[in-house]
Design a protein around this ligand. Sequence first.
Ligand code: DC
Length: 222
Amino acid sequence: MIALPIVAIDGPAAAGKGTLARRLAAELGLPYLDTGLLYRAVGRLVLDGGGDPADASAAEQAARELVPANLERTDLRGPAADAAAAAVASVPGVRAALIDFQRDFGRAGAVLDGRDIGTVIFPQAQAKLFVTASLAERARRRWSELQAKGTSAALAIVTADMQARDAADAARAAAPLRAAADAFVLDTTKLDADTAFAVALAEVRRRIGWAKTGAGSVMPEK
Ligand code: DC
C-alpha cells in the first residue's frame, strides 16, 4: 500500500509559503490547509466573546470550540486578526487543542503550511519544506501587497512589524518556529514565484516518490 503523502511547509511570514503550498496542492491533487487560519479564527472567537486573546483559558476554550466554518470568516486578515492570532498561538493549550484538527485534515494526504507542521504536527511527513527569505525581501513583498490593496504603510514600519513577529514566532516556548532537521530549506529571496514553485515541486516529487506522468497528473514511481 502506498502511504498518502503529507507535504509540510513551514517558514516565517511573507516568505511565499502560502502561494507555494496552494500551487503544490493543486498540482499534486491534494487538499490544502493554511494552518495560520486556525490561529486567526481562534483569536477572532476570543475577540467575539469580548475576551483577551492573551488570556490562556479564554483562548483554549475558543480553540476547543473551533469548527471548520470559522475558517471561512472574512475578517481573519488585518492588524487586529494578526495580533490576536499571534497571542493565541503562544498558548500551549491552544496548540494542543488544534493538533487533532490538523492531523484529521491530513488523513487522506494533504499539503499544510504553518510554523510547526514538519516539527510537531506531522514529524513523519514525507516531504518537508522550510520556505524562507531575507527580512528585507519579505517586508518589501508585504509592503507591495499593502500598496496593491490601497493601504499606505511606510516600508520601515512594515519591516519593524515583521521583525517583531519573527522574534515572537522564534522565541515562544510552545512550538517555536524552526526548520525540521530533515526539511529542504528553500530561500526565495532571489527567486520569482514560478522558479520557487519549480524547485519546490521537483523536491516534493522526489521526496514523496511521485513522478509526473502528464499535465498535472502524478503517479507513484515503480
Ligand atoms: O501564517 P499566518 O500569518 O496566517 O499565521 C498567523 C499566526 O499564527 C502567526 O502569529 C503565526 C501563528 N501560527 C502558528 O503559530 N503555527 C502555525 N502552524 C500557523 C500559524
